[in-house]
Design a protein around this ligand. Structure first.
Ligand code: PGA
Length: 265
């Protein structure tokens, strides 16, 4: 199996969770774009994406398309259903209609607070890919799982199920987010994250095929900040980060996006 990083454009993804309303998100995206432009950020070299709340997406779309900003964006969740009597849900087609490139699926907060099962995650992944969205499939073990099964067993099993409706060649992103590292200030070590990312790449090769595995970007998430991003980005199987808290600070998020300037320091 190829694990070379060739062709995988790193992705720095900001998950805003339930923060920033549509007016705040417009101001944020505009300032972020200026900040990165001033720093001569090459968006073709490192992609920068934001994941605002649903109610912000139309405003972000309008700004990004009017000002031709090179920032991509997506939703934080999606319905497994195409349409119908599902009060409160948002379809993949609705997100696609707002030019979303991505959608986060199976974030640990959805799995824990909304009891999302691996099967529901798989159905959402199928719906997203079917509508032309790129799912950012989140997997990760809790502190109890870590103690009982080690770091890879649970994320590997979660990913196997999440990929069950896909065919080889599917355009996906995988995010390894240890639950104990999310919002805790206690990130995994780059070596721990690499070990799991490598196991996840093997799952993609087995479930889909080797080509898809070699092309798929695998992100690390959980207490990523400017001070620790470089260590993760030096790992051969880590192709970016899913950033929560630190993505709400423009200077910090820009600095994470510009990790190339501090890799090797
Ligand atoms: P954090 O969140 O960066 O605040 O740990 C990560 C996430 O939930 O995606």
């Amino acid at each position: 199996m190829t694990t070379g990083t060739a062709g995988r454009v790193p992705l720095i993804a900001g998950n805003w969770k339930m923060n920033l309303d549509h007016l705040q998100s417009i101001a944020f995206v505009q300032k972020l774009a200026w900040n990165l432009k001033d720093a001569r950020h090459d968006f073709g070299d490192v992609e920068v994406a934001v994941f605002p709340p649903f109610t912000d997406l139309r405003s972000v779309q309008t700004l990004v398309s009017a000002d031709r900003l090179p920032i991509t964006y997506g939703g934080q969740d999606v319905s497994a259903h195409a349409s119908g009597a599902y009060t409160g849900e948002i379809s993949a087609a609705f997100l696609k209609a707002l030019d979303c490139r991505y959608v986060i699926i199976g974030h640990s907060e959805r799995r824990t607070l909304h009891n999302e099962s691996d099967e529901q995650v798989a159905a959402k992944v199928g719906a997203a890919v079917g509508s032309g969205l790129i799912p950012v499939i989140c997997v990760g073990e809790s502190a109890e799982d870590l103690e009982a099964h080690g770091p890879s067993a649970v994320p590997v099993a979660q990913l196997r199920t999440a990929l069950s409706e896909l065919k080889p060649g599917a355009d996906i992103v995988v995010a390894y987010e240890p639950v104990w590292a999310i919002g805790s200030g206690q990130a995994a070590t780059p070596e721990q994250a690499e070990q799991v990312a490598s196991a996840l790449r093997t799952v993609i090769a087995e479930s889909l095929d080797a080509d898809t595995a070699a092309r798929t970007r695998i992100l690390y998430g959980g207490s990523v900040k400017a001070a620790n991003i470089a260590g993760f980005m030096r790992q051969p199987n880590i192709d970016g980060a899913l950033v929560g808290g630190a993505s709400l600070d423009i200077a910090e998020f820009s600095s994470i996006s510009r990790f190339r300037s501090h890799v090797g320091t």
